[in-house]
Design a protein around this ligand. Structure first.
Ligand SMILES: Nc1nc2c(c(=O)[nH]1)N[C@H]1C(S)=C(S)[C@@H](COP(=O)(O)O)O[C@H]1N2
Ligand SMILES: [Mo]
Length: 399
């Protein structure tokens, strides 16, 4: 196990923690507290209702207590986020016949999944996480699903490497700076497609790790998660992982679809989104505790295995520390389970003997580049990219 500790940075984050403001630790916004789980929508009826929170017919999150400890998140508890109504199940009736148009290569053409399967195979474990995961902890009124920790999961994707596909089509054409994926959802008549369609562009360099996936966790890619074909960009926020992809284009510019031009942009509270503001591309370093889960969890005095997950976006995670006193003192956690590579999350455990009393459990991670989770969230209009460790903590009573 790699245990390189950057002492300087550790010093820095320790003093940062001490100076942290006593902002509402782990407190959920009123909107988040008011929500109740709804019935599962038909297309996701197979999900385990006891381990998920159904926010709406288009948004389902994994409960903190619903996550297991064996690294991979199974389909039946993996979060769901649909911007548009889920497509007709007919699109997975004949998977190999699905057609995707490859553009911006020297020899552009349409290609079926059946044919993609002859070009190459890659398998990668990666964290899929919504940009708004942790939005429920922002104190201002954020629009969008009030996710706490469960709009994320580590899954295994399998498909064709985009780099091999581009090579098979003569290589990327000159002057292309972005890779743009388009979702196949039918747009109702009378609506400007660009205003609602899921079409996302990422910097061209992301193609080196990207794949067009037809399999998830060993099963044909479920319709719910983008079957029959999905663009996967390991280490990038969920929105860039376009489901039901029917077009992959190497483009000169970013798409002008609203979801790219003004959506998923980090901006000050109260400001409108516009091109030029930071786009939700690479994920930042993050960790949280899944057990004990807080929320009234009764914990028996004695040995407690505090465990959770940590990941570093495109970087991998180097170290996780756990505190049982709200961040005053920290201890190294141990990684458990297999290391599935830099895009996956690591499970961690901190075994500790706890006497009866009240505890505030928090965790913080450092990625392979030495970036540490900050103590506090960075307020922004849509509540994106929250990796502050304080808000993600849990309060427990030990008796
Ligand atoms: N075609 C399409 N792709 C999409 C979306 C969508 O609505 N349509 N939602 C995006 C968003 S915002 C997220 S967070 C992830 C969610 O993936 P999941 O539903 O498999 O969890 O898919 C992304 N890709
Ligand atoms: Mo998302």
């Amino acid at each position: 196990m790699k245990r390189v500790i950057d002492t300087r940075r550790r010093q820095f984050i320790l003093s940062g923690a001490g100076a942290a403001a006593a902002a509402g630790f782990g407190s959920l916004s009123p909107a988040a507290l008011a929500q109740k789980s709804k019935p599962l929508p038909d297309y996701a009826a197979y999900k385990d209702a006891s381990r998920v929170i159904v926010h709406s017919g288009k948004t389902i999150e994994t409960k903190r207590s619903g996550f297991g400890t064996s690294v991979i998140v199974p389909d039946d508890i993996l979060y769901v986020r649909n911007n548009l109504p889920a497509p007709d199940p007919m699109i997975v009736a004949d998977r190999d016949a699905w057609v995707v148009s490859i553009e911006g290569v020297r020899n552009p053409r349409k290609i079926t999944i059946g044919e993609l399967k002859t070009i190459g195979i890659v398998t990668v474990a990666a964290v899929l996480q919504c940009s708004g995961n942790g939005r429920a902890f922002f104190p201002h009124k954020t629009s969008g699903s009030q996710w706490s920790v469960g709009a994320a999961g580590c899954v295994i994707w399998s498909g064709v490497p985009v780099s091999a596909l581009a090579k098979a089509m003569g290589g990327v054409a000159d002057g292309r700076h972005f890779m743009t994926g388009s979702g196949d959802e039918k747009i109702p008549a009378g609506i400007d497609p660009k205003s609602v369609m899921v079409e996302r562009s990422v910097p061209l360099e992301a193609m080196e790790s990207a794949l067009l996936a037809w399999e998830m966790n060993g099963d044909p890619l479920p319709l719910t998660h983008g079957g029959p074909l999905r663009l996967v960009i390991p280490g990038y926020y969920g929105v860039n992982n376009v489901k039901y992809v029917d077009r992959l284009a190497f483009t000169e510019n970013e798409t002008n679809a609203k979801i790219q031009a003004s959506g998923y942009r980090v901006r000050p509270v109260g400001q409108k989104g516009k091109p030029g503001q930071p786009s939700m591309w690479e994920m930042n370093v993050k960790s949280w505790i899944n057990h004990p889960a807080g929320m009234g969890d009764t914990v028996r005095a004695g040995m407690v295995q505090i465990n959770g997950v940590a990941f570093g976006g495109t970087k991998g995670v180097r170290l996780v520390e756990v505190s049982v006193d709200g961040g005053k003192t920290w201890n190294d956690a141990q990684f458990v389970g297999p290391d599935l590579g830099k895009y996956a999350w690591r499970q961690f455990v901190y075994p500790v003997r706890l006497k009866p009393g009240s505890y505030t459990l928090v965790s913080r991670a450092i990625d392979e580049d030495g970036n540490a989770q900050p103590a506090e969230r960075k307020d922004n209009h849509r509540g994106y990219g929250h990796n502050g460790w304080r808000d993600h903590g849990v309060k427990i009573t030990v008796s």
